[in-house]
Design a protein around this ligand. Structure first.
Ligand code: MRU
Length: 355
């Protein structure tokens, strides 16, 4: 997508250095940050310099390519196997991360003991994961766009725009497409806590594309749904179980329940690399529990341009911080994938998943 007229992806490899958009600095500063080794890349995922299912999938894949370039000839396979473990341990929920790592590992293993060829295969496979993610998200936009009617007001939760992928995004891709096609769309943007990825990232993307929107506190979306001011909900996903249950950013489940109660169609948009055929139901999806400091504190920019941390809860209160929740398939009108819109059901998932 364009940033001040220049096209960017969220992640790319130059030589053996990984380049990332430094997401915690947004919306106040747009900066590119270098990750010289796969260890740095793993840290960028765990500290959420890069986040979002597709973006960390491609980052994990490029991290594997870096490991293949770094590895000594002797002990090459042990080194990349260890790198795969390190990268896989960075975050537990997003299926795309494991998909990206495995895709590159498979390409490396296919070259046997030809280390030079394995290095080249790793770089090509990682680039393939990134290109595939960008193409899938673009196709999600094409398949999802016809669902959106002129004049619709759409609610989305958290950031499933292009920053969460390599390009285009999942939930925002049909919205970007509808807007570019001249439909009048308006977006209600939430996830203002705990990390503010709706207010910081989704809002920044919508400003960039010129899509009319309003940031609302997380607890306000039900109010607008009940008042008839939301025509549709579209969210992304970090992992979809084989029965169509969907894990996404904490707060998604509540939004789906209120949408159902008000007869509002609730769609999920995700590339098929997000579907985990080995995860039977949503109850089997590992849910990341992040540090309580994200709830106890908040971070932001002061009017005079300083990045500050301020307390939002008593120091002696316990806090809990699940990063994701599960929305049961029965609440979902459809899953918009790069292969088309499918029902959130075992049959729908089996029709499109990648084994
Ligand atoms: O914790 P994150 O930021 O890596 O979580 C991903 C998300 O931003 C959302 O859950 C998003 O809607 C999923 S779509 C990539």
């Amino acid at each position: 997508m364009l940033v001040d007229g220049t096209p960017y992806r969220t992640v790319w490899l130059e030589g053996s250095t990984l380049k990332l958009i430094d997401q915690p600095q947004l919306p106040h500063r747009f900066a590119i940050i270098d990750m010289p080794t796969h260890h740095d890349t793993a840290r960028a995922i765990s500290t959420m310099i890069v986040r979002g299912a597709g973006a960390i999938g491609a980052t994990g894949a490029f991290g594997m390519a870096q490991a293949a370039l770094e590895a000594p000839e002797r002990g090459f396979h042990e080194y990349v196997a260890q790198a795969a473990r390190t990268l896989a341990e960075t975050r537990p929920t997003a299926q795309n991360l494991f998909y990206g790592i495995k895709a590159v590992l498979k390409a490396i293993e296919a070259e046997g003991d030809h280390v030079g060829q394995a290095r080249a295969a790793a770089v090509a496979a990682a680039q393939g994961v990134a290109d595939d993610d960008a193409a899938s998200c673009e196709a999600i936009g094409r398949h999802g766009e016809p669902i959106i009617q002129d004049g619709w007001r759409i609610s989305t939760h958290c950031n499933a725009g292009w920053l969460a992928f390599v390009d285009w995004g999942s939930a925002l891709s049909p919205i970007f497409a509808a807007h570019r096609n001249g439909k009048r769309v308006f977006v209600w943007v939430d996830e203002t806590r705990p990390r503010g990825q709706g207010s910081k990232l989704t809002a920044w993307e919508l400003v960039g594309e010129g899509v009319p929107h309003a940031v609302i506190a997380d607890n306000a979306s039900g109010h607008y749904m009940a008042r008839g001011q939301v025509d549709m909900v579209i969210v992304g996903s970090d992992r979809i179980a084989a029965n169509g249950d969907v894990a996404n950013k904490i707060g998604t489940y509540s939004s789906a329940v209120v949408a159902k109660a008000n007869g509002i169609p609730f769609y999920v948009a995700a590339p098929t690399t997000t579907i985990d055929p080995d995860c039977p139901t949503g109850a089997d999806i590992p849910i990341e529990e992040r540090g309580d400091d994200e709830v106890r504190w908040t971070w932001g920019w002061t009017e005079d341009g300083r990045y500050e941390k301020v307390a939002t809860a008593p120091a002696r209160s316990a806090c809990r911080n699940p990063a994701f929740d599960v929305t049961p398939a029965g609440l979902i009108a459809g899953i918009i994938t790069e292969k088309g819109v499918v029902p959130a059901s075992p049959e729908g998932m089996a029709r499109v998943w990648r084994r």
